[in-house]
Write a protein that binds this ligand. Structure first.
Ligand SMILES: C[S@@+](CC[C@H](N)C(=O)[O-])C[C@H]1O[C@@H](n2cnc3c(N)ncnc32)[C@H](O)[C@@H]1O
Length: 275
């Protein structure tokens, strides 16, 4: 991420690993104690909402020390993503119920509440259901725009969906379908079929398609910095966008290569990086 120029991407989608754990936190701490300043982080603290940010961060640390595990990993990557967003760009951060409340408070503090656009709920219904509480069957996608006065959003380009009660609207409207709201009912990746790659955390193309359609135009550049099986790239290339996909896991790179045979692989891992 550090290699790209400021404002390089119209759309950035981040689907980070959950429960990143203390290992990564320790790596970040040791990098700092080695005298390496977290450059992107300090820029944001100076440039955006410095005091608010530090106050909220301090409060969350006191409230729940698991916050550090998660935020210590995500923070530098979010700051970098913000730097890479073009002035009309949009950041989508895909999380689940364990993390999304922390992230929303932090992003409001870092980027400013007026940059918040939406909280999308992706609801699905699959897998075992506990009988001890309401089974958790949704993810949360937080959406922030770089410039609230000039962001790109094209609702006309988005795939529409069937009305729940088509008898209540005109036949023309029913035939056209309705614009999705901020609650998206969508199946998980089917266990068989064209889309399935076998990558464990693969997200459905239908979810990414809406995001790419709404928040970028043909020819725009799209970044996914936790690309996994490459869903963002698979969708973006079909829609005529140029996608940059990053993943730390070599098997993710292999899956992406199979899914997008025309893709250019720049570096396989930190160890054998060539560019
Ligand atoms: C939730 S998955 C992303 C799934 C993806 N959206 C898809 O549709 O397949 C998170 C990904 O982050 C990758 N990852 C974890 N730590 C990373 C890091 N430090 N840098 C880049 N990628 C990382 C993992 O290898 C994993 O593929």
């Amino acid at each position: 991420m550090a290699g790209f120029a400021d404002g390089s991407f119209t759309l950035i989608y981040l689907d980070p690993p959950f429960n990143t754990g203390r290992v990564q936190e320790r790596q970040i701490e040791s990098a700092r104690s080695g005298g390496e300043a977290p450059a992107a982080g300090s820029v944001v603290r100076r440039g955006f909402h410095g005091r608010d940010y530090e106050r909220v961060r301090g409060a969350l640390r006191t409230y729940d020390d698991r916050f550090d595990d998660y935020w210590g990993f995500l923070e530098p990557r979010l700051f970098e993503a913000w730097r890479l967003l073009s002035p009309e760009g949009t950041l989508y951060l895909h999380l689940d119920y364990r993390e999304s409340h922390y992230a929303k408070v932090m992003l409001d503090a870092v980027f400013g509440r007026d940059h918040f656009l939406n909280e999308l709920i992706w609801a699905y219904d699959y897998g075992a259901k506990t009988r001890r509480r309401w089974p958790s069957k949704h993810d949360t996608i937080l959406v922030y725009v770089k410039n609230p006065a000039a962001y790109h959003f094209d609702s006309e380009a988005v795939d529409r969906e069937p009305y729940m009660a088509p008898g209540l609207v005109t036949p023309e409207k029913a035939a056209r379908g309705k614009l999705p709201t901020d609650v998206w009912w969508h199946t998980i990746v089917p266990t068989t079929g064209r889309e399935k790659t076998g990558y464990p955390t693969q997200k459905p193309e239908g979810i990414l398609r809406r995001i790419v359609q709404a928040s970028s135009r043909p020819g725009d550049r799209v970044l996914d910095a936790f690309a996994g099986s490459g869903t963002t790239g698979a969708v973006a290339s079909v829609l005529g966008r140029e996608a940059v996909l990053i993943d730390a896991n070599p098997s993710a790179i292999d899956v992406m290569r199979g899914r997008m045979p025309g893709a250019v692989v720049i570096a396989r891992t930190d160890q054998d990086a060539v560019g």
